[in-house]
Design a protein around this ligand. Structure first.
Ligand SMILES: *Cc1c(COP(=O)(O)O)cnc(C)c1O
Length: 417
């Protein structure tokens, strides 16, 4: 191969750098095409094991690395990545359901999950059974022989109701129905999903693992090879790939995941306690803090599922300050209901009057966020938690700011109410 033209020489240059460059962070591997050493390699490539590379869409060294780290984080064995949390959810639904099947979805689930099921899935003949996750008997009643998948989420990301996952799972296990937990809130830290008996975890890596509010990604993790292979094959059929730079960014985010989760949790509990004592606040909705009678079940479920130690199990735990509760983790996100006399307009102004809290979707990022919700528009079952006249709901996602500054911001906006 002498006398190559310059373009050819630049592309087929004989120099290769020495192996053994090792750095703290994995690089972004950008590729559609990847080379095979021989035709035999090309023909024998097996997609089931990550034994080699075939095409950029199906993985590169950094994506395999991230999949393994997410699997370890969640306590699973197999993981696949997706370009968003919602794409991960869609993959599970499309890979595991067929026409004539039914899926049970909690009434407080992440909205787009339900809309996907009621939209696209219903079009393909999949029935949707909406259940109240706070009442396992309701799930038991709504499941039938067609129910193939039970969706779980803890807590509901607006209502903050923390369901008895253990009781819901035992109904599913009794019927042999596959279970999926949207584990975005727990982030692989607060809930030991596979120990509880969940089959599949989906996780919006967009939130805590990224930590930057600057990218979208999702994962599907399981301990079951059969489910993994169905999902992984389905991913190849749909052609969903993940950007290389985003993979490198999430690998970097994982390094501080546990510290950020703990810091945001602590700051959120502090601010939630502060808000609970303010006159305009009717009710605090934070699973780690029992404020009113109506959140007692959520709090008890959170304590049991997330492993609060018995130290604070008895007595008046109205502010959730017991030592035992500090051992159990929670995401830095909570909602409040305002006293019913405040109009939606007043609540909207309150949100706009906040200076450090920005109006925006998502959580787990560095900047604190606030969102006013119109509960009657979110309601899917006719139950008390969704009724507007119980007071208007605002959700706070706590970032990494100094929590004293955040408290002052809340105080000044409340004063203007
Ligand atoms: C954000 C979120 C998702 C979806 O993740 P995207 O990356 O935004 O698509 C799914 N479930 C929950 C609970 C979420 O908070």
């Amino acid at each position: 191969m002498e006398n190559l033209g310059l373009s050819t020489l630049l592309l087929h240059h004989p120099y290769t750098p020495p192996a053994g460059f090792a750095a703290v962070q994995a690089p972004a591997y950008r590729a559609s095409t990847v080379f095979f050493d021989s035709v035999a390699d090309l023909r024998n490539h097996d997609w089931k094991e990550n034994a080699g590379y075939s095409y950029g869409l199906h993985g590169n060294p950094a994506s395999f690395m991230l999949e393994q780290r997410i699997a370890s984080l969640e306590g699973g064995r197999y993981c696949t990545l997706y370009p968003s949390g919602l794409a991960a959810i869609a993959q599970v639904l499309l890979s595991l359901l067929k026409s004539g099947d039914a899926i049970a979805i909690p009434d407080n689930s992440y909205g787009p999950t339900l809309r996907l099921a009621q939209g696209e899935l219903a079009k393909f003949g999949v029935q949707v059974q909406i259940y109240d996750p706070m009442h396992p008997d309701d799930l038991a009643q709504k499941m039938n022989v067609q129910t193939r998948l039970v969706w779980l989420e803890a807590p509901g990301s607006i209502s903050m109701e923390f369901p008895p996952l253990d009781a819901l799972l035992s109904h599913c296990h009794a019927r042999g129905v596959t279970t999926v937990l949207d584990n975005t809130w727990g982030a692989g830290l607060a809930i030991q999903a596979f120990t509880l008996g969940v089959d599949i975890c989906v996780h919006a890596l967009t939130k805590y693992p990224s930590g930057g509010a600057d990218l979208l990604m999702g994962s599907v993790t399981t301990q079951r090879q059969d489910l993994h292979l169905r999902i992984k094959q389905g991913r190849m059929h749909l052609g969903t790939g993940v950007a290389s730079e985003d993979i490198a960014a999430v690998l970097k985010g994982l390094a501080s995941l546990e510290l950020r989760y703990a810091a945001q949790d602590q700051s959120a509990r502090r601010l939630a306690r502060f808000l609970a004592e303010q006159g305009p606040i009717l009710e605090l909705l934070h699973p780690a803090l029992q404020h009113s009678k109506s959140s007692a079940d959520s709090h008890a479920n959170w304590r049991r599922i997330c492993g609060a130690t018995p130290a604070s199990s008895s007595g008046n735990n109205a502010q959730g300050t017991g030592a035992g509760d500090a051992h159990a983790r929670a995401a830095g996100i909570f909602s409040v209901r305002f006293q019913p006399q405040y109009t939606q307009d007043q609540i909207d102004r309150f949100c706009e009057n906040l200076r450090l809290f920005k109006l925006g979707y998502s959580w787990g990022g560095p900047i604190s966020l606030v969102l006013p919700y119109q509960m009657e528009k979110e309601a899917r079952l006719d139950k008390e938690a969704w009724q507007e006249d119980r007071g208007r709901l605002v959700r706070f996602a706590i970032g990494l700011e100094n929590s004293v500054d955040l408290e002052q911001d809340l105080a000044q906006a409340l004063a203007k109410l």
